[in-house]
Ligand binder design. Sequence first.
Ligand SMILES: [Cu+2]
Length: 487
Amino acid sequence: MRRPMTPARALSIATCALAALALVAPAAEAKAPHPTPSGVRHLHYAFGPLTIKPGQNTIDLAVNTQRPKVNGWITRFKPNLVRANGKVPPVDVIHLHHAVWLVNLKPTWASGEEKTTAELPKGFGWRYKTSDRWLLNHMIHNLTPNQDKVWITWDIDFIPDGSKAAKGIRRIDTQWMDVEGIKAYPVFDVLQGSGTNGRYTFPDQAVDPYGSGPIRNQWVVDHDATLVAALGHLHPGGLWTDLELTRNGRTAELFRSRAHYYEPAGPVSWDVSMGVTPSNWRVAVKKGDVLSVHATYGTQRGSWYESMGIMPVAITARPAGGKDPFKTNVAVKGVLTHGHLPENDNHGGQEVGLADARKLPSGPSLNEVDINNFVYQQGDLSLAGSAGRPPVVPAGQSLTFFNGDAKKNIFHTITGCRAPCNGATGIAFPLAGGPTIFDSAELGFGPAGFTAAANTDTWQTPPDLVAGTFTYFCRIHPFMRGAFRVQ
Ligand SMILES: [Cu+2]
């Protein structure tokens, strides 16, 4: 049964989501600070508890009061996500899609599951004032139908005004560099086989990436300054981000932030650490220079939907020396900020007894398959008996999928994966890919521009599929697997 959602209903869901924000109460206060002899304090903050609804994949924006009580300087920022017991939930269960710390509406620190520590070289700091307005934009993705409860945490090094270490410290601002510009949900799709030699770079290889709008991956430097740090953010499948500088028609590479995968299956999961600039990296930039960011993904293993390419840059308020990138190669090797993390231990893919849909008898001929309570109602690999058999559609026609969970604000996808696609769920399985590429996008509703939802609850399979059995999964809840058959 199909229940089209009216704009009014979509708006009411959005309003509910925003109303829920008001209920988010800050819990833990900073631990008693232990200043080092120089005056640096190591402070720990926790934001929550955040109730993570079954299957949720939505974005929230909330006032953030978890911060120092006096003016000073922040020199190091280490993000994390924990449960009440202090342990980090497995990434195949709860996934920190992103958290962005906004200071006076400017994105200043951020994290996804790569959890890079941002640390400034000695003598530099982000200015912190108690009068600043802090917001936290977060998207926590629940890959299961089970409710959860988590806190977003951050450990900072803080130098209060008046302490010895604060003397002569030079001010840093974060210049946000994003291939999609500043957006609530800055994503692009990377399709299997796109680009050249198994690699695809956005926006360089995208066809008309920005339409008639302005170029979004660039920033014109507005004052003479020194860049002192840069770090990349990618999603699984990502290989590196590049920071480039163009002056008088010449372009120089400033830094390549490479993804170092600990994942045994290769560059396909969150078991990764990003290379960041070493502490002696300094690049002199001039007013009028153009900085640009570029993101490269591998396209042999699969498609990477809703990918990101971000590279925050730490820039001084006043020039502080640095090399001329046209005279010296400043694009040195990066430094990793952590090793393999235990939350990435479940890689998946092993045999678990789910059916190989190619060997199952055909199910009924259908026009529509509904999704209810995280189950594809016909052809779900978890269903026993006739309900688990792949529904049949004649070649040249489409099968319609309807997400009955959309009314509960739960998004699902129908995303092609290589048959049999029946291994255990983990951070590296299943992958979106296979001989046939199809993806429904996230069926569900949310405020335009501030959501991962496609703002529709139905999708039709491509009508040009050749005869055969097609296996698919939900890339939001990858334990959900199904198949249909074209005859
Ligand atoms: Cu789903």
